[in-house]
Design a protein around this ligand. Structure first.
Ligand SMILES: Nc1ncnc2c1ncn2[C@@H]1O[C@H](COP(=O)(O)OP(=O)(O)OP(=O)(O)O)[C@@H](O)[C@H]1O
Ligand SMILES: [Mg+2]
Length: 1166
C-alpha cells in the first residue's frame, strides 16, 4: 500500500512560507534560518522555490533522491528543487505546456548550480536511447564551455557568471530532449582589460596557461607565467579549490562532445592568446610637428606575435593604433591618436574581440545543439540571469542588470497574479482583489521610449556637440525630475537638494527592491561601446577565418556610416524579446539566497539574507500568494489526510471526495469564512486553520497509534498467553510421562535386582553342583586320558617292536634273497648267462614288494593307533562338551564347537554336493577348504576312492570279472617291465579276433578244433633264415595252442600247453615273443616258435592263465629280457632287441645278423 506523504509531514519550521504565521519579515528570516540550520536549504512560497546556498555538498542530489521525487506531486514531499523540476517537466510532457524556469538571486546565491541541477534532473528522468543521450550530453556539456569563457572569480563568487543566460531545451511529443537554443545577455566585457581588486579575468585565460601542453603554448606563442600578461590580475590568479589545468581538459573535452572541430578549437585558443598579447602592447608618445603627441608601439615583439597568430599585417594594426579615420559623407579624415587614445583603442579591441568570440561560441554551440526536425517542439526555458546588484559604486552595468531584474519582477508579479486569478476562476472561487506593489512604473522610468533613462542616454550619445556623462545627468535631471522613483541632487525636485547621500555626479532610482545610487561616469562610453573603424578593418583584413567572421563591419565593401546600436538599446531590445518569450510560457521560480558573504557553510548572516529577501520581493510574493486563500489542496489528498478527524469519514468515505471534505469541515465546525470549496480543491484562507487541522490530526494520529498499539499489545499478550498455556499443557504431559517413566524404571530395576539376586543364588547353587560334577568328570577324563595314553604307548611300543622285527625279517629276507639270488646267479652263470639277470631282478622285485608291504602295514598300524587316540580324545571331548553347556564360561568353546560343527557340516554338505565322478580312474577331488581338515580330507578321499572302486567292482558280471582278472594278471606280468604294456591297458581283451566260428573262411579250422577257442588271432611267424614273418593264425584252446595257415586254415602246428616251457619277450615296445617248448616233448621236434603279434600282452596273459590251469597250477615262466635264446630245429639262435631310429607306426623289424643272431630293431617311442 502506498503511503501518502505531505509537505506538512515532519516539517522543520514551515516548509511553505505561505503558511507562516504570523507573517513578518522577522518570522520569515527566522524560518529560513531554522531550516538552513537543519540543512533544509529549500523552502516554498506556494510554487516558488527559495534556495539557500549551502556552500557545501549535501547528500540530497543523489540518484536515489531523483527517484524519490520522480512523478510525485509538488506538495507531497519536503521542498526540493527536484520537485519544481519534476512539476515543470511533467506539465510540459503531459499537458503540453511550455515551461520556463526563472532563476534569480544575487551573485553567488547559487543560480548557475540550480540551473544545472534542474537540467541534470530533467536529463535523468526523461527518455533514454542513443540519440537522446547524445543530445542530453551535448546540452549538459555546453555548460563547462560557456562557464570557462563567461565566468570569472569575483569577490562574491569564485565561479561568477559574467553574462546572462537563457537556454531553451526542446522536447519531442514523448518528452525526450531533441535540442536546444542558448541566448546570452550582456557579457561583462570590461573584465577582459581590467579586473577589480581580488577578482580575476575570465577563467579561460588561466585555464589555457595552466592546462595547455608545452607544444600548444609554443604554437600560441604564450608563456605559462601569468605575470607576463598585463590583462591577468595576479593577486588572485590562483583560486582555492579551482584546478585550472584540470578544468582546461574538461573544457576541451566538452568542446569535443558539443561538436567543435579541432581547427575551430585551435582558432578559439588563438583568439584567446591574441587578447593576452594585445594586453601586452604598450605605447609611447612621439611628438609631432603640430605639437600633438602621437602614440607609437613601444615594444613591437608582442604586436608581431599577435599579428602572426591572427595573420594580420603588422603595419596595418600598428597604424590603426596611431591613427583614426573618420568618414563623413564622402570625406575621410585621418587624425592621430595620442597614447591614452591608443590604450583606449587597444582595450576596446580586446573587449570587442573577446565578447564577439563569446557570442560566436554561443552561436556555434547553438548550431550543434539545435533540434534536427523542424516540427514544433515543447520547450523548457532555463533563465540564469544576474540578480539585483547594489554596490557602493554602481555603474552602467548595474543599471542594466537592475533594469533586467525589474522587468523580471514585473513579469513575476504579473504571472503570479495571473496564475492565482486563473486558479480562482478555474475553481469557481470569488476573486478578491489583491493589493500589491506594481513596479511597472519603475520599468517605465527606465525603458520609456520618449523619456526613459535609456532613451535619454541614447539621445545624448547620438547628439552632436560636446556630450559627456554630466550632460547626460543634466538631461535626466530635467526629464525625470518629477518621477517618484527618480532621485537626483540637481533635479528640479527640490526635496533632494539637501540630501547629502546623493553626490552631484549620481542619480538614484527607487527600485522595487530598494534604492540604488548610480554614478554616471562611464555611462556614455559604455553605452556607445565604440570600436574605431580602422581597428575593425584591420581585423577584417586578417588572414584568420574566425577573426574575419567576428568583424564583418570591417569589410570595406560594406562600409556603413550608420552608428551601430548602443549597448543600452541592444539590451533593452533583447530583454523585451526575452520577456515576450517568457510570457508565453508557464513560469517556475527559483529564488536563490546567499546566506553569507564568506562563501562559507553553516553561516547565516541575518542582515545579508534580510537584504536579499527584500530585493527579491519575497515578502511581496508571500503576500500576493496569501491575499486570497493561503492554502489550497485537492479534495482527495485533503480527505485522505484529515479523514481520521471525523467519525463519518473514518476509516473510509464511500461517497464523492468533495462531500467527504464538506462532512469533515462541518463536523470540525470550521468557520465558513475560513475556507471555500472550489471545483477540485478546498481553499483555506488562514494558515491558522490549516495548522489547527494539522494539530488535531497529530493528536488523532497519536490516539490512533495508541489504539493500534493497544490492540496489537492485547493481541500479542493473548497470543503469548495461549502459547504459554499450550506449552504448559505439553510440558505437564511430558513431565508426567517422565515421572511415571522414572517410577516404572525404578520398580523395574528393583525387580531386576531381586530377580538377579534370586537367580544368582540359584545359579550359584547349580554352579556348585555342576562344578562338583565337572570335577568328577574331569577326574574321570584325566584317568581315561592317562589310561588311553598308557594304552597308546603300549600299542606304540608293540608296534615299534613289530616294526623292528618286521624290519629284521625283511632284512634277513633280503639277505636271504640276496644269497639265493647270488646262488641262483652262480647257478645261472653256470647254466645260462642270460637267466642270471632275471633271477636278480626277481629277487630285487620280491624285496621291493616286501618292503612296500611292510611300509603299508606300518602306515595302517599308525593310522589305527591314531584313530584309537582320536577316538579316545573324541570321547573325552564329548563328555566335556556334554557338560560344558551348563557353564557360561564355556560359551567360547561352545561357539567354537558350534563353528566347528557348522564348518564340518558345511564341509560335508559341500563335499556331498561336489562329489567327484564315480569313475575309479577319476582323479579329481575337491580342494581342501581348511588346513585342520587336511588329514580327514585325504582320508576321506581315500575312503571315497575305495568305496567307488568297490561300487564299481560290485557291478561286474563273471565274464567281465574274468576280463579284469586277466587284465590284472597282465599287469602283474608286464607292468613296469615291458614298454608295450601301458598301450595295452586301455584295450579290452577280446580273445577271438578272427571270429573263427562265424567266419566261413575258417570253418574247416573251426571244425577241427574240438575245444572252445579262447583266442584266435593273426600272428607272424618269424623265419630264422631271413628274419621275415609269415602270417599264421594263432589259436588258443584250453589245452593247446595251434598255428594254422592264414589262407587255407590248415593246421601247421598244434602244441599241448603242458609242452610249453616258458615264454620270452623283450622289455621293449615290440610284439615279438618266443614260445619255448620243453625239451623232449612231442611238440619240441620242430623247435621253439618266434612269433610276433599286435596283441602280445593278451596272448601271453591268456597263455599263462590257460597254461597255468593246464599244467596244474605250475607257473609258466615268462622271461622278459632284451636278449634270449630260441631253439630252432637245429640250433639255438640268440634274439637280440636293439633300439632303432624312431619311426611312425609299429615298425619293429627283424634281421638275421649271422647264423646265431637275429636282431630285432625296435623303433624308439621317444
Ligand atoms: N546547491 C548547492 N550545493 C552546494 N554548493 C552550492 C550550491 N549552490 C551553489 N553552491 C556554491 O556556491 C557557489 C556559487 O554558486 P553559483 O555559481 O551558482 O552562483 P550564482 O548565483 O550563479 O552566482 P553568479 O551570479 O555570480 O553567477 C558555487 O560555486 C558553489 O560552490
Ligand atoms: Mg552564475
Amino acid at each position: 500500500m502506498e503511503v501518502k506523504t505531505s509537505l506538512l509531514d515532519n516539517m522543520i519550521g514551515v516548509g511553505d512560507m505561505v503558511l507562516l504565521e504570523p507573517l513578518t519579515e522577522d518570522s520569515f528570516i527566522e524560518n529560513l534560518r531554522n531550516r538552513f540550520d537543519h540543512n533544509e536549504i529549500y523552502t516554498y512560497i506556494g510554487s516558488v522555490v527559495i534556495s539557500m546556498n549551502p556552500y557545501r555538498s549535501l547528500p540530497i542530489f543523489t540518484p536515489e533522491k531523483v527517484e524519490e521525487y520522480r512523478n510525485r506531486n509538488f506538495y507531497e514531499l519536503s521542498p526540493h528543487i527536484y520537485a519544481l523540476a519534476d512539476e515543470a517537466y511533467r506539465s510540459l510532457r503531459d499537458q503540453d505546456k511550455d515551461q520556463c524556469i526563472l532563476i534569480t538571486g544575487e551573485s553567488g546565491a547559487g543560480k548557475t548550480e540550480a540551473s544545472k541541477l534542474v537540467m541534470s534532473y530533467v536529463a535523468a528522468v526523461c527518455g533514454k536511447g542513443q540519440e537522446v543521450n547524445k543530445v542530453k550530453e551535448q546540452l549538459l556539456q555546453s555548460n563547462p564551455v560557456l562557464e570557462a569563457f563567461g565566468n570569472a572569480k569575483t569577490v562574491r563568487n569564485d565561479n561568477s557568471s559574467r553574462f546572462g543566460k537563457y537556454m531553451d531545451i526542446e522536447f519531442d511529443f514523448k518528452g525526450d530532449p531533441v535540442g536546444g537554443v542558448i541566448s546570452n545577455y550582456l557579457l561583462e566585457k570590461s573584465r577582459v582589460v581590467k579586473q577589480p581588486r581580488g577578482e580575476r579575468n575570465f577563467h579561460i585565460f588561466y585555464q589555457l596557461l595552466s592546462g595547455a601542453s608545452d607544444d600548444t603554448l609554443r604554437k600560441l606563442k604564450l608563456d605559462r607565467d601569468f605575470s607576463k600578461y598585463n590583462y591577468l590580475s595576479l593577486d588572485s590568479a590562483n583560486v582555492n579549490g579551482l584546478d585550472d589545468a584540470a578544468n582546461f581538459r574538461t573544457v576541451r573535452n566538452a568542446m569535443q562532445i558539443v561538436g567543435f572541430m579541432e581547427d575551430e578549437v585551435q582558432s578559439v585558443l588563438e583568439l584567446v592568446a591574441a587578447v593576452l598579447k594585445l594586453g601586452n602592447i604598450e605605447f609611447k608618445p612621439e611628438s609631432r610637428s603640430n605639437g600633438y603627441d602621437e602614440s607609437r608601439v613601444k615594444d613591437k615583439n608582442d604586436l608581431k606575435e599577435m599579428c602572426e597568430l591572427l595573420g594580420i599585417e603588422q603595419s596595418v594594426l600598428e597604424r590603426a593604433f596611431s591613427y583614426r579615420t573618420v568618414e563623413a559623407k564622402l570625406e575621410k579624415v585621418s587624425t592621430t591618436l595620442n597614447v591614452s587614445q591608443a590604450y583606449y583603442a587597444r582595450d576596446a579591441l580586446a573587449k570587442n574581440l573577446y565578447s564577439r568570440l563569446f557570442s560566436w561560441l554561443v552561436t556555434r554551440i547553438n548550431e550543434s545543439i539545435k533540434a534536427q526536425s523542424k516540427t514544433r517542439h515543447k520547450v523548457m526555458g532555463v533563465l540564469d540571469i544576474y540578480g539585483f546588484e547594489i554596490f557602493e559604486d554602481n555603474s552602467f552595468e548595474q543599471f542594466i542588470i537592475n533594469y533586467c531584474n525589474e522587468k523580471l519582477q514585473q513579469i513575476f508579479i504579473e504571472l503570479t497574479l495571473r496564475e492565482e486569478q486563473e486558479e480562482y476562476i478555474r475553481e469557481d472561487i470569488e476573486w478578491t482583489n489583491i493589493e500589491y506593489f506594481n513596479n511597472a512604473v519603475i520599468c517605465d522610468l527606465i525603458e520609456n521610449n520618449q523619456n526613459g533613462i535609456l532613451a535619454m542616454l541614447d539621445e545624448e550619445c547620438l547628439r552632436p556637440g560636446t556630450v559627456t556623462d554630466i550632460t547626460f545627468l543634466d538631461k535626466l535631471n530635467t526629464v525625470c525630475a518629477e518621477h517618484q522613483h527618480f532621485e537626483s541632487r540637481l533635479s528640479k525636485n527640490s526635496k533632494f537638494l539637501t540630501d547629502h547621500s546623493l553626490p552631484h555626479s549620481c542619480f538614484r532610482i527607487q527600485h522595487y527592491a530598494g534604492k540604488v545610487l548610480y554614478r554616471v561616469e562611464g555611462f556614455m562610453d559604455k553605452n556607445n561601446d565604440l570600436l574605431y573603424r580602422d581597428l575593425s578593418q584591420a581585423m577584417y583584413k586578417a588572414n584568420h577565418k574566425l577573426i574575419k567572421q567576428l568583424f564583418p563591419e570591417g569589410n570595406p565593401a560594406k562600409v556603413n556610416l550608420k552608428r551601430p546600436p548602443t549597448a543600452g538599446f541592444q539590451f533593452k531590445h533583447s530583454v523585451g524579446t526575452l520577456m515576450r518569450n517568457l510570457q508565453t510560457k508557464n513560469p517556475n521560480y527559483i529564488r536563490c539566497v546567499k546566506p553569507n558573504d564568506k562563501k562559507a557553510p553553516r553561516i547565516f548572516t541575518d542582515s545579508l539574507v534580510r537584504h536579499q529577501v527584500a530585493y527579491l520581493g519575497l515578502m511581496e510574493n508571500v503576500r500576493v500568494r496569501r491575499a486570497g486563500y493561503a492554502y489550497r489542496q485537492a479534495y482527495e489528498p485533503c480527505l485522505e489526510r484529515y479523514k481520521m478527524l471525523c467519525k463519518q469519514t473514518w476509516p473510509h468515505w464511500k461517497g464523492p471526495t468533495r462531500e467527504g471534505v464538506e462532512v469533515l469541515m462541518a463536523d470540525l465546525q470550521v468557520s465558513t469564512e475560513e475556507f471555500a470549496y472550489g471545483n477540485s480543491k478546498i481553499f483555506i484562507r488562514n494558515p491558522r486553520t490549516l495548522f489547527s487541522l494539522e494539530e488535531k490530526r497529530r493528536g488523532c494520529l497519536e490516539n490512533l497509534a495508541a489504539l493500534i498499539q493497544k490492540i496489537y499489545r492485547g493481541w500479542k499478550c493473548r497470543t503469548h498467553f495461549l502459547l504459554l498455556k499450550r506449552s504448559q499443557v505439553v510440558v505437564a504431559a511430558w513431565y508426567r510421562r517422565y515421572a511415571q517413566q522414572k517410577k516404572y524404571t525404578q520398580i523395574k530395576s528393583a525387580t531386576i535386582m531381586v530377580q538377579s539376586y534370586s537367580r544368582g543364588w540359584k545359579a550359584r547353587k547349580i554352579l556348585r553342583e555342576l562344578k562338583h560334577q565337572k570335577r568328577c568328570e574331569e577326574a574321570a577324563t584325566t584317568i581315561a586320558a592317562y589310561w588311553h595314553g598308557t594304552q597308546a604307548r603300549v600299542e606304540l611300543r608293540r608296534l615299534k617292536y613289530v616294526a623292528a622285527s618286521t624290519r629284521a625279517v625283511a632284512l634277513i629276507w633280503a639277505y636271504w634273497q640276496g644269497t639265493k639270488a647270488r646262488r641262483e646267479l652262480r647257478r645261472l652263470k653256470e647254466e645260462a648267462r642270460n637267466k642270471h639277470a632275471v633271477s636278480v631282478i626277481w629277487a630285487g622285485w620280491q624285496g621291493t614288494k616286501a618292503r612296500r608291504e611292510l611300509k603299508r602295514l606300518k602306515k595302517e598300524a599308525r593310522r589305527r593307533h591314531a584313530v584309537a587316540v582320536i577316538w579316545a580324545y573324541w570321547l573325552g571331548l564329548k563328555v566335556r562338551r556334554e557338560y560344558r553347556k551348563f557353564f557360561r564360561a564355556n560359551a567360547g568353546r561352545k561357539i567354537y564347537s558350534f563353528i566347528m560343527q557348522r564348518l564340518m557340516q558345511k564341509y560335508f554338505l559341500g563335499l556331498k554336493r561336489d562329489l567327484p565322478s564315480m569313475s575309479p580312474i577319476g582323479g579329481s577331488w575337491p580342494t581342501r577348504p581348511y588346513r585342520f581338515l587336511d588329514t580327514a580330507h585325504t582320508e576321506l578321499r581315500s575312503i571315497f576312492h575305495h568305496w567307488r572302486c568297490k561300487k564299481y567292482r560290485s557291478r561286474f558280471t563273471d565274464e567281465r570279472k574274468a576280463v579284469f582278472e586277466e587284465k590284472l594278471q597282465a599287469s602283474e606280468i608286464f607292468k613296469d617291465k615291458k614298454a608295450l604294456y601301458p598301450s595295452s591297458v586301455g584295450q579290452p581283451f577280446r580273445g577271438d579276433y578272427l571270429e573263427i566260428s562265424k567266419n566261413p573262411k575258417y570253418q574247416k579250422l573251426s571244425s577241427a578244433m574240438d575245444e572252445k577257442v579262447l583266442l584266435a588271432d593273426m600272428v607272424n611267424k618269424i623265419n630264422r633264415a631271413n628274419g621275415k614273418g609269415t602270417a599264421r593264425i594263432f589259436l588258443l584252446t584250453k589245452n593247446n595252442f595251434v598255428l594254422a595257415d592264414q589262407k587255407t586254415g590248415q593246421v601247421k602246428a598244434s602244441v599241448p600247453l603242458p609242452d610249453l616251457a616258458s615264454i620270452s619277450v623283450s622289455t621293449q615296445n615290440d610284439g615279438f615273443f618266443a614260445l619255448k617248448l620243453k625239451e623232449g616233448s612231442a611238440g619240441a621236434t620242430k623247435g621253439d616258435f618266434l612269433l610276433s603279434s599286435e596283441h602280445l600282452i593278451e596272448i601271453i596273459t591268456k597263455l599263462r592263465r590257460t597254461g597255468a590251469t593246464a599244467v596244474n597250477h605250475n607257473h609258466l615262466d615268462i622271461d622278459i629280457s632284451d636278449e634270449f635264446l630260441v631253439q630252432f630245429k637245429q640250433d639255438k639262435v640268440c634274439v637280440k632287441f636293439v633300439q632303432g631310429a624312431p619311426k611312425n607306426g609299429n615298425g619293429a623289424s627283424c634281421k638275421r645278423k649271422n647264423n646265431r643272431l637275429l636282431e630285432v630293431s625296435v623303433p624308439s617311442t621317444a
